[in-house]
Design a protein around this ligand. Structure first.
Ligand code: DON
Length: 321
């Protein structure tokens, strides 16, 4: 419609702060009343989230930020944790070993494979789908679920620039309903593609997904990836540049699961979604954008989050292409 700012061509920088404020407010107002999608309920503790919640935060690669909406609401990080834990594992074992042990492709099948067509949903091998993410958690240093999850919590806290803690409620709820992930862990172990005890690993993975964040935390985490691995607010180097760019490559390939190609085509920036309603997007050198809104589409991605991110990527000039 005519009242809305038209898309702009991507340049080397984010627009000035006043313009960011205006555009983020515009996106918030535009999509706030959208009532499509359904709140995830396969983890009972997530089912009670209000479908009205909606927050957006932008953090620039130099640390400036603007946020609007439900920015103080905490929610469990869920799958948005996956690229960050992959990053920590690359720091520990090296990105080449991580690639060998986890894979970085969207399906793991050759170009002319019929199996890829038949089995793509069940067998994708990269750190951002559950199988690869559970294998990634198995590579985190530490000889117990507890030690691994401490390590993950500390690492993700460095990305966020503050001490994160776990939601006991989500952890208990997800632990009581994660038979499928336990099954994946045992199956991977049988193939030699899990590098620790399957039950302990699933427990550490479940704790990882239950870490509580706000949309502001997610935007700072995304901005750290946008800034070559240095948290732009705390100044701490969390990742080496060689790791950072490879994490972004995997996000571009698989961050929105089977819709990653559509996402890159439309939004043009690496992203990662989670079932509690968070989405992060990273525009290298420019900044990080995070949205939070619990109602999801059929693929499990936040409806308002996708709309607001697409709107903003086009107007903040985030697109890589
Ligand atoms: O393992 C699970 O099912 C959840 N802990 C995380 C899934 C998730 O966030 C998928 N994202 N769209």
């Amino acid at each position: 419609d005519e009242a809305t700012t038209p898309p702009r061509v991507s340049t080397g920088e984010l627009p000035p702060p006043d313009e960011i404020r205006r555009l983020v407010t515009e996106a918030y107002e535009r999509y706030r009343a959208n009532s499509d999608g359904v709140v995830a309920d396969y983890i009972p503790a997530l089912a009670g989230a209000s479908p009205d919640l909606f927050g957006i935060c932008v953090v620039g690669a130099r640390g400036g930020s603007f946020e609007i909406g439900d920015v103080d609401t905490s929610f469990s990080i869920q799958s948005v944790s996956k690229p960050f834990v992959f990053a920590l594992v690359c720091e520990e074992v090296g990105y080449e070993a991580a690639r060998r042990q986890l894979g970085v492709n969207s399906t793991g099948f050759p170009f002319n494979s019929l199996m890829a067509v038949e089995l793509n949903d069940d067998r994708t091998m990269n750190p951002l789908v559950n199988a690869g993410a559970i294998a990634t958690t198995s590579l985190v240093p530490g000889d117990s679920a507890e030690l691994k999850s401490d390590r993950i919590r500390e690492g993700l806290s460095r990305f966020a620039g503050r001490e994160l803690s776990m939601s006991e409620e989500v952890y208990a709820s997800e632990s009581a309903s994660n038979l499928r992930n336990q099954g994946i862990a045992h199956l991977l172990k049988s193939y030699g593609r899990l590098y620790f005890d399957p039950d302990e690993t699933t427990d550490a993975y479940t704790r990882q997904c239950s870490l509580e964040v706000t949309v502001h935390d997610l935007a700072v985490m995304a901005a750290t990836l946008a800034n070559g691995g240095v948290n732009p607010q705390s100044g701490e180097r969390v990742l080496r540049p060689g790791v950072c760019r490879r994490v972004l490559a995997v996000m571009a390939t698989a961050g929105l699961y089977e819709l990653s190609g559509d996402w890159l085509y439309e939004v043009g920036v690496p992203g990662k979604s989670g079932v509690s309603g968070g989405i992060v997007t990273v525009s290298p050198g420019k900044g990080g954008l995070a949205t939070f809104s619990p109602p999801l589409d059929a693929a499990g991605n936040s409806v308002r989050g996708q709309l607001a991110t697409k709107h903003l990527a086009e107007r903040l000039g985030l697109n890589l292409f």
